[in-house]
Design a protein around this ligand. Structure first.
Ligand code: PEP
Ligand code: MG
Length: 687
């Protein structure tokens, strides 16, 4: 028998992803493996048991391994835990709508002159008109009549197997059309369904005379209560997953109809209290005109699925929504988050017209995407793409991008056991440069660190990872890894037009150290006879730490350009975690404090004849656009979907008027005031 004590390295502890990794690793060995945390001791091969331990980052667990392969199991488990259990994914971003897609929100479908409008939070743009249908998850009557051990066990096993096949089916469907994050949720469901402890406990209850349906229900209820008792919102969210998994098996056990079958056979706007990931993915897209939820939130699965299907969705509409009867005609506006109930003829005609205009505008913006973005009074803004891989690179020019303004190279480093070697990196940078056909490609060196640890880098857990060793700080601490990336980039230079940028710069010495390394690597390449291009590469830094913005005049003397990362700049200026949904409304890049930093940066840069871009989400926000234009930003780098509408908006916005707007915005007291100013600017420009 082997046993050891170990500290959980990843800051989030044994939550779903690392717990899944640990359980799967344990399952690979024959030995009996137990984890002890405090008084509790559980089977390490059971995901649900690991979750209910509620182990936090930095706490110690004891692992006991007993069996033929205990030696190797002990070594590998130890190493995997030491390395953070694959906690390599970026912190999940909120799934807020693409701001540019929600452009023209200021124009409601109809005047809000009666109380037949229900308001909520928009999360996928578009307008749908049609009958409403409330999706009520069919109530499942737990069966308690016992048919004998053999029959109940058999029914249970078959139900679990069928449920697994259904989930596999959904996973495949999702993998082809939806975000990876959603697929990962279904994978957790599959793991829960196959959890050895859940199965064993249910079978033992069946053996003691309980029907499969009530045994399964009791086992899930017990685990759900344990998770809830841990008082951890993240683990409490797993209760929904457990219930979803329970329902799927129950429906098969009690012969309830598949949920998708209870929808009408004509297209409807679906309303519900909330939707589980498998609900939302299970609806027939041809018959789903939109989603509106009484509950849900900005991180709702519905938002991601709706956007992938290109249909409108609104969440957080409140209980009034559920009072509306099925088949009531409604207009769902995913741009401003409203539902108009029983529109009269006039309202309906108006809604149809606006829907048509919206669709026409979308089409027209796309048709003109390749045209330059020049304001009516002649200021041209470079509109480029934020990309995270080759697929985006291939789509960028078609989307109207004039180049790439941010290549997040992290995708090369995350989710793998070993660092990509120089050859692999070089190949990918080359492919991206080739896809961009000579247009500029701004390559940002790896922005990894505390919140996105890598298994091949040993790092102590950090209490405040966003204030820890990340971005350029990390690159400078691991010069071998950094040099390798720089060599791969520099060797790719002859294939296109590279701009090189460093993330999270807080101090001039960091920039200087990075610049020195680039020069050293370039010389090494030259003496090894490697081609790194004939002219020097443009080099700049991200402005995303307030200290860099405050010292922009110092940096501007040495760098070729700045690109403002408004996501982090807002986070650090307002001291609000960018991933915290509770702060989503306040954490606004249009806050005057952030705008003043942007203004200082632009002025300092222009004095030294340097250009300034914005590559954070703010660049794709239609209300921010005239302000950023007026502050003098030269380049905007946004996600692919935002390019066409952004260019269209720039072509209509007067630069001089935007400068006046920006001046006023700098004197505002709150982000709310800036937004109101911008909204009146937009409506005045229309008149
Ligand atoms: C930013 O911080 O605004 C930015 C563009 O970088 P990232 O979102 O990758 O941190
Ligand atoms: Mg950033």
């Amino acid at each position: 028998m082997k046993d050891f004590e170990i500290v959980i390295q990843n800051s989030t502890g044994l939550h779903a992803r690392p717990a899944k990794k640990l359980a799967n690793l344990a399952k690979a060995y024959q030995s009996n493996i137990q984890i002890q945390h405090g008084e509790k001791k559980i089977n390490a091969k059971s995901l649900i048991s690991i979750l209910t331990l509620g182990v936090e980052g930095g706490s110690t667990i004891r692992i006991t391994i007993d069996g033929a392969d205990e030696e190797i199991a002990s070594r590998e488990l130890y190493q995997a835990i030491e390395e953070g259990l694959g906690e390599t994914e970026p912190v999940q971003q909120q799934t807020l709508p693409n701001a540019a897609e929600t452009a023209s929100v200021s124009q409601p479908v109809v005047e809000d002159k009666n109380d037949s409008i229900i308001k909520g939070v928009p999360c996928s743009p578009g307008i749908s008109i049609g009958p409403l249908f409330q999706y009520i998850r069919p109530e499942i009557k737990i069966k308690s009549q016992f048919q004998g051990v053999a029959e109940e066990s058999d029914n249970f096993r078959k139900a679990v197997a069928t449920a697994c096949l259904q989930l596999e089916d959904i996973r495949k469907k999702m993998a082809s059309s939806l975000a990876q994050k959603e697929t990962a949720i279904i994978e957790v469901h599959i793991d829960l369904l196959n959890d050895s402890e859940l199965i064993k406990e249910t079978e033992s209850q069946i053996e003691s005379g309980q029907a499969a349906s009530s045994a399964w229900h009791a086992v899930i209820e017990k685990r759900a209560a344990q998770l809830q008792a841990l008082n951890d919102p993240y683990l409490a969210a797993r209760v929904l997953d457990l219930k979803d998994v329970e329902n799927r098996v129950q429906r098969i056990l009690v012969g309830a109809p598949e949920e998708t079958l209870v929808l009408p056979d004509y297209p409807v706007i679906i309303t519900a209290t909330d939707l589980s990931p498998s609900d939302a993915a299970g609806f027939d897209p041809r018959k789903t005109l939109g989603f509106c939820l009484a509950g849900g939130g900005t991180t709702s699965h519905t938002a991601i699925i709706a956007r992938a299907l290109g249909i409108p969705a609104v969440v957080n509409m409140g209980a009034a929504l559920l009072e509306v009867k099925n088949d009531t005609e409604v207009v769902l506006d995913g741009r401003n988050g409203s539902l108009l109930v029983q529109p009269d003829e006039n309202q309906l005609a108006q809604a149809r017209q606006i829907k048509q205009q919206w669709q026409d505008k979308q089409r027209l913006d796309k048709e003109n995407a390749a045209e330059p973005a020049i304001t009516p009074d002649g200021r041209q803004i470079e509109v480029v793409a934020n990309i995270g891989g080759i697929k985006d690179a291939c789509a960028a020019l078609k989307a109207g991008a004039e180049g790439v303004g941010l290549l997040r190279t992290e995708f090369l480093f995350l989710d793998r056991e070993q660092a990509p070697d120089e050859a692999e990196q070089h190949e990918i940078y080359t492919q991206i440069l080739t896809a961009l056909q000579g247009h500029p490609v701004l390559i940002r060196t790896m922005d990894i660190g505390g919140d996105k640890p890598l298994p091949y880098i040993k790092m102590a857990p950090e209490a405040n990872p966003f204030l820890g060793v990340r971005g350029l700080r990390l690159s400078l601490i691991y010069p071998d890894l950094f040099r390798q990336q720089l060599r791969a980039i520099l060797r790719a230079v002859p294939n296109g037009r590279v701009r090189l940028m460093f993330p999270m710069v807080a101090d001039i010495e960091e920039w200087r150290a990075a610049r020195r390394l680039v020069e050293e690597v370039r010389k090494e390449c030259a003496s090894a006879g490697m081609d790194t291009g004939s002219s020097p590469v443009e080099m700049g830094i991200m402005i995303e730490v307030p200290s860099a913005a405050l010292l922009a005049d110092v940096f501007a003397r040495e760098v070729d350009f700045f690109s403002i990362g408004t996501n982090d700049l807002t986070q650090y200026t307002l001291a609000m975690d960018r991933g915290n949904p509770a702060l989503a409304a306040q954490s606004d890049g249009l806050h005057p404090a952030v705008l003043r930093l942007i203004s200082m940066t632009v002025e300092a840069a222009h004095r030294e004849k340097r250009w300034v871009g914005v590559c954070g989400e703010l660049g794709a926000d239609p209300q921010a656009l005239p302000v950023l234009l007026g502050l003098g930003v030269d380049e905007l780098s946004v996600n692919l979907n935002a390019i066409a509408p952004l260019k269209a908006q720039l072509r209509k916005t007067n630069y001089q008027a935007a400068q006046d707007l920006a001046k006023k915005a700098l004197t505002c007291e709150t982000a709310h005031q800036v937004r109101s100013l911008s909204a009146s600017f937009e409506s005045e420009s229309k008149n």
